[in-house]
Design a protein around this ligand. Structure first.
Ligand code: DGL
Length: 273
């Protein structure tokens, strides 16, 4: 089969989608990745689904103009807001989105109670409602929005007393109701996974769908015959925020020192600098 060296486009409101990017890089090191963090509009979770959908459509357009062969919406909020719309708009482009991993949580539980944490907008979406309807199978699914947590993470407050206090406020009531699985329904949250695990303790399984999403990307590339072979793909990063700040956050989450380039919004159109 021929090699297809066009990049995979990946986007999020900020650094959250890097947790998914890291899993894709690990599973598919030969693929070229082009990542965009929309820090100018972060956080998405406090916005209306319509607004997030418009950003997502414009970002998809910009990534396709760069020649991307597949798009990963590495953001639960943007997936909930826009996955159906972009699939309809570009029926020939393969898209992979994030959805809260309710199914593996339900399969794991012994107490019959599981928890999901995500943004306010994600919980308002039809996608979330339909996932719970499809996969809960009599298990009680508690949902807890975490307003402000994405901003804490983007500010680098991964393990500060304030972030711990916020998380305890959301997680302790769910622990009191005996959850034994907790779904990370926002791609920023795995960045604070060590703190979350410390709070919930060893009896609660914390579920991050990123490795499953990376496998799904690999499957789609093979099905469509558009996988890359042999070479180290590389990772190109863009942000609509401050490139230097983004680069230092990437270093803090263990992705090394990489060049980050800018991008800007121009009356609803995204342009890469
Ligand atoms: N990483 C995004 C998600 O998965 C965060 C959304 C936000 O910016 O609030 O939902």
């Amino acid at each position: 089969m021929p090699t297809d060296s066009r990049p995979i486009g990946i986007f999020d409101s900020g650094i959250g989608g890097l947790t998914v990017t890291a899993a894709i890089r690990q599973a598919l090191p030969q693929e070229r990745l082009l990542y965009f963090g929309d820090n100018a509009h972060m956080p998405y979770g406090a916005r209306s689904l319509g607004e997030v959908r418009d950003f997502s459509v414009a970002i998809t357009k910009a990534l396709l103009a760069e020649g991307c062969k597949l798009i990963v919406i590495a953001c639960n909020t943007a997936s909930a807001a826009a996955l159906a719309a972009v699939r309809e708009h570009w029926p020939d482009v393969p898209f992979v989105g994030m959805e809260p991993a309710v199914k593996p949580a339900v399969e794991h539980t012994h107490t019959g109670v599981v928890g999901v944490i995500a943004t306010v907008a994600t919980f308002q979406s039809d996608l979330y409602t339909s996932i719970v309807e499809r996969f809960s199978q009599g298990v009680e699914v508690l949902h807890q929005p975490c307003p402000g947590l994405v901003k804490q993470i983007e500010a680098g407050e991964f393990d500060t007393p304030r972030t711990e206090q916020m998380l305890r406020g959301w997680l302790e009531p769910m622990l009191a109701r005996r959850i034994d699985a907790l779904v990370l329904g926002c791609t920023h949250y795995p960045i604070v996974r060590p703190l979350i695990e410390r709070i919930v303790g060893p009896d609660v399984r914390v579920i991050d769908p990123a490795p499953a999403v990376a496998r799904q990307v690999g499957r789609l590339l093979h099905e469509r015959g558009i996988a890359a072979r042999y070479v180290d793909g590389g990772l190109e990063i863009r942000t609509s925020g401050d490139p230097a700040a983004f680069a230092s956050m990437m270093e803090r989450i263990g992705m090394g020192r990489l060049e980050v380039r800018g991008a800007h919004w121009d009356s609803g159109t995204l342009r890469f600098d």
